[in-house]
Design a protein around this ligand. Structure first.
Ligand SMILES: Cc1ncc(COP(=O)(O)O)c(C=O)c1O
Length: 460
């Protein structure tokens, strides 16, 4: 981090950072990244960092996949822009739609493209409303998501999100958005309660909420298979098995947000396969293009698609879409990304390397600062606590997680701290076991620095 290099000075003078403490960045300076290679990125002074979060959970193929650059370049020359309104379509976008539906879980029948995970989720909300109007159920419009969910930052997606920082002072959530329990075994299960019993209790609470509000007022339920930015929360056994029949019983659409879990992260192509989900709508983004260009999609089941066709025929148009829906250049990059996943058997790679990461993360479970160590596939987290026995967290103002992240960066590893001093790991899917060891060494050094700091300040 620097305050004095030309790029840092320009940044501080002209750039408004998203998802950042705008005061701290002024005093500490930005970390200016200039290039990438494999799982590493480099700052402007040539320092190398292993990016343990694949950027923002997205750079699945690392930071130097030449084939994606070539695919973008070829597409830029051939057809740099076309749209898909009014029956037109760039040829490459048809190939991507086909490739996506071929690998999607059974039942998915069409892909509608957008530019970001937030837009894909906004689209899914609009589809749920449109479908219920088409079916003559104008009251069935409320949307349920979970506390600690992260579904994005646009007005509707941030209303789905169940984290205070996304809503406070933004006048969110807007009306008709409800939140139910976060399936969080470490903090939510009662003493002695089994995972199954905990899952049953949460499913019961969900059904109670539905009945209280009136099933005829609830349109959709949104869930990430593994919750990412809320703290890498892996659901307790049987959670989704118990939730899905309740949704089906009350004719509530199930939207699986696969923006992080999609494309191998959990050890299957989709998190829906890992947890046996049968969604009506699935949203994908991030690793769809390995993060190289903005693109997302909302995939819909055949039964949803049929309603959209009939209603658009009745109204004269399916009145939703963006200038850059189906943009050919990100589509070409995404298509090449999916080819690489298949050729290199990315899912097999995660299945082989994932256990190494999980074992490494869990090896810190006995550390006095670590209350919980969890994860699946190539995603995981540790939760820093003040008191292991009582699970008492640190005062958020103490900034313990943020301190650890700064120290990890000092030791050459980029990680991310989330509310509750939860430190996440979500490296590029191409990471090797040796690189995982290197990432964990950076983490271990930072953990020791943090332990020394909390003892010195007398807060642990
Ligand atoms: C699960 C999930 N859904 C949606 C989003 C929003 O995606 P975007 O930032 O591309 O709008 C994110 C972003 O991190 C996410 O993790």
């Amino acid at each position: 981090m620097s305050l004095t290099t030309p790029a840092a000075r320009r940044d501080l003078a002209y750039h408004l950072h998203p998802s950042t403490n705008l005061r701290s960045v002024q005093t500490e300076g930005p970390l200016v990244i200039t290039r990438g290679e494999g799982v590493y990125v480099y700052d402007e002074e040539g320092r190398r960092y292993l990016d343990g979060l694949a950027g923002l959970w997205c750079a699945s193929l690392g930071f130097s996949e030449r084939r994606l650059a070539d695919a973008a370049h070829r597409q830029m020359i051939e057809l740099p822009f076309y749209h898909s309104f009014a029956g037109k379509v760039p040829a490459v976008s048809t190939l991507l739609a086909e490739a996506l539906i071929r690998i999607a879980p059974d039942g998915m029948s069409r892909a509608l493209f957008a530019n970001s995970g937030s837009e894909a989720n906004d689209t899914a909300i609009k589809l749920a409303w449109y479908v219920n109007n088409a079916l003559g159920r104008p009251q069935k419009k409320k949307i349920i998501s979970r506390h600690r969910a992260y579904h994005g930052m646009t007005i509707a997606a941030a209303s789905l999100t169940g984290l205070a920082f996304a809503q406070t002072d933004f006048d969110l959530p807007i009306a008709r958005f409800l939140h139910t329990d976060c399936p969080y075994p470490y903090r939510g299960a009662l003493p002695g309660e089994s995972e199954e019993a905990y899952a049953a209790r949460l499913a019961g609470n969900l059904e109670e909420l539905i009945l209280r509000e009136g099933p005829d007022t609830i349109a959709a339920f949104f869930a990430e298979p593994v919750m990412g930015a809320g703290g890498v929360i892996v659901p307790p056994a049987t959670y989704f098995d118990r939730v899905q029949p309740i949704l089906a019983k009350h004719e509530i659409l199930f939207v699986a947000d696969e923006v992080i879990c999609g494309f191998g992260r959990t050890g299957n192509m989709f998190g829906s396969q890992t947890f046996n989900l049968r969604p009506d709508i699935m949203t994908v983004a991030k690793a769809l293009s390995a993060g190289y260009l903005p693109i997302s999609a909302s995939l819909v089941k055949g039964s949803v698609y049929d309603v959209l066709v009939a209603q658009s025929d009745k109204l004269g148009i399916f009145g939703h879409g963006y200038t850059y829906s189906s943009h050919p250049v990100p589509a070409a990059v995404a298509l090449e990304t999916l080819k690489i996943y298949e050729e290199r058997d990315i899912v097999g790679m995660v299945k082989r390397v994932g256990p190494h990461l999980q074992k490494a993360i869990r090896s810190y479970a006995d550390h006095p600062l670590i209350g919980d160590a969890r994860g699946i596939g190539l995603i995981g987290a540790v939760e820093l606590v003040r008191d292991k026995a009582t699970k008492q967290s640190f005062d958020p103002k103490a900034g313990v997680g943020a301190f650890l992240i700064r120290r990890a960066q000092h030791h050459g590893t980029i990680l991310r701290s989330m509310p509750g001093d939860i430190v996440a790991f979500s490296p590029p899917l191409i990471i090797t076991e040796a690189e995982i060891d290197e990432m964990m060494r950076g983490f271990a050094q930072a953990l020791e620095d943090t332990w020394a700091m909390v003892k010195e300040r007398g807060i642990a």
